[in-house]
Design a protein. Sequence first.
Lengths: 298, 361
Amino acid sequence: MFGASTKPETKSEESRTKMSPAGPVTETSSQPQATAPARRAKRLEAKDVNLYYGDFHAVENVSLTIEPNKVTALIGSSGCGKTTFLRSLNRMHELTPGASVKGDIQLDGEDIYANGVDPVAVRSLIGMVFQQPNPFPTMSIYDNVAAGLNFNARKVSKSQKDEVVERSLRGAHLWDEVKDRLDRPGSGLSGGQQQRLCIARATAVSPEVLLMDEPCSALDPVATLAIEDLIGELKKEYTIAIVTHNMQQAARASDNTAFFNLDESGKPGHLVEIGPTEEIFTKPKQKETEDYVSGRFG
Amino acid sequence: MTPPPDSSVAEAPDRSIFTQETGAGGTLPKWAPWGAFVGSLVFAGAVEAALGWFTIALMLVFGALIAIFAIYAWSRTVEGRRHAKDRAVTMAIATAFGVSMAPLISLLYEVIKRGAAGINWEFFTTTSRGAITGGGAEHAIVGTLIITACAVVISVPIGIMAAIYMNEYGRGPLRRALTFFVDVMTGIPSIVAGLFAYALFELFLGPGIQMGIMGSLALSVLMIPIVIRSAEEVLKIVPDHLREASYALGTPKWKTIVKVVLPTAFAGLVTGVMLATARIIGETAPLLVTTGVVTSLNTNPFDGRMQNLAVYAYNEYRSPGVMKQASYDRAWAAALTLIVIVMLLNVVARLVYRRYKTEIR
């Protein structure tokens, strides 16, 4: 299933730094085979997940697998619960007052909702990138990327931190644009740069999975393309799930696509089908999916 | 139901962007509002003088009222009805602003004029201990600063932590009850706070006790709700997406508050504390009860009475010394000093805000 050269448990520092010396430009030109995983990230599996806001049943019986080192796109019309589902995958859903979860979500076989599991630990393994670029406004570019280390790691030396910041920024294709002004505030960057900064911030804590909630919806087409390219790179190291309203984006950037729908407003959203992106967009099994991807509704 | 096309064609010529009001189309000169105002003042003054009860205040009041009608009539004949209304309302609003500013300016003028007479080197460097004719307010200034500083030290941690609880943790009935009681506390009369502090200390240390720290406690009772209210407002505008960004990095809640929420709100928190301090620094009644009246310098808030500027001013006025005018001058000088301190606090609050404010979207 994975590249023969990669052992399943390769998460060591060397394997990860391997790609960093090569800058973004040389990397894309010398490595057309972008799908070869640099390490094997973890797999997320949801079984019969039901999500609620108080009494409101938002998502019903979703079972799907988010494959490691693949990009899984979640598409569907507004209000069908795809963002809610995404937020349940790293236990952000329960931060909303009154929200609750039923069902089973496993990260490589470990139930993230089991008793004794610390949601904080879950979120350090499953990072998230949000719709609005949200760099911390009080911090410099450097501190934004190092935020995860500053907040959580016990003792990180300056040189270690420098290394992580540079690697994350290179990984987010942002290093060349900001390397001379790392001490300037992150909020001074353009929208697309801010979003890449947020991606660098999320990857700096070495997560297994990256969840992206419509990461390009606030960006212009050029910035969107840059993020999509970046997503193609990132899947070498991370498992990625991305919610998007843009079907072209799902078609361009993802390997698997899950289509969510709801029967009518007020009813819970559910998963209609999940499959390889090409199949979903060309010969979906369900009529509903075909109607949606061909633009007949939604 | 829709009108036939001919009629709309027939109406079209009327829909000109040029005004159709009769007697309009002109524009008043730029100085028109001022002209109308000054003219009305002169007119009002002249009428009052003719009637024999001329005063400046009356002239301003009647002049302003007349100006509103004058500018309306003038503009009506030259510019048309809509402009006339606009000008009349503008004049009324400007007058209202002037009326609201008048007491403040008059107060500042009066305090500076009278206070300047009492301000001298002696005022800042001597106490009134044993003074018969002279003396100063050094002990009161030092006392004010110490009492207020202690009140700030007590109130800020309690107030900000309470605000954090109410905004980040509190839920349901407990939170609602807290909000209610904070609102009630904001309205507590200051003398009640003073009596509370006195009664509390009397319980443990016996009757007749007066200390600086008691005053600080009384002031804290007044200050804490103000700090909570302002801090809560500031914390509320820290956007949730910043908290979520921090959680998504695997950061615990308390660390998110300490490292993300509080720094983002820093400027607003400091401003709120400064303004709350300015609000309590001039309190008189609770300190009269708790810190008492004393003529000598005391820098230990835990031992004995302590003077402060407001009580000092009150006392110099109530029981002037042998040279009455000198005592009155010192009372005004104390008031001026207090106002200067409050203004400095406000200026510092603004500077801090400008320097540290974060752009929040």
